[in-house]
Design a binder for this molecule. Structure first.
Ligand code: FES
Length: 90
């Protein structure tokens, strides 16, 4: 199980730490970056975000196994990161 990791916002170059027990959406919001959410449970896909580098750890039920395996999108309301750094298209 990963604990803390960092997400990098590709457009601004900003690094946002994600603490153990904190979702990526929560961490981003704490830094003033709002990702639209609806279910916040990994079901609806509203929060779907493109991943540019790093490997997400998928906890959602929205993407198919094949889509998850592509590792180019993830649901930051529930999913985390396998790699210490995840670069997002934000
Ligand atoms: S808000 Fe529904 S999947 Fe993230």
């Amino acid at each position: 199980m990963p604990t803390a990791f960092t997400v990098r916002l590709a457009r601004s170059g900003q690094d946002v730490p994600v603490a153990d027990g904190q979702t990526v959406v929560e961490a981003l919001a704490a830094h003033g970056v709002v990702v639209a959410t609806s279910c916040a449970q990994g079901v609806c896909g509203t929060c779907l975000t493109r991943v540019l580098a790093g490997e997400p750890e998928h906890w959602d039920m929205y993407l198919s196994p094949e889509e998850q395996a592509a590792n180019d999108r993830f649901c930051p309301c529930v999913s985390r990161s396998v790699t210490p750094l995840l670069v997002l298209d934000l």
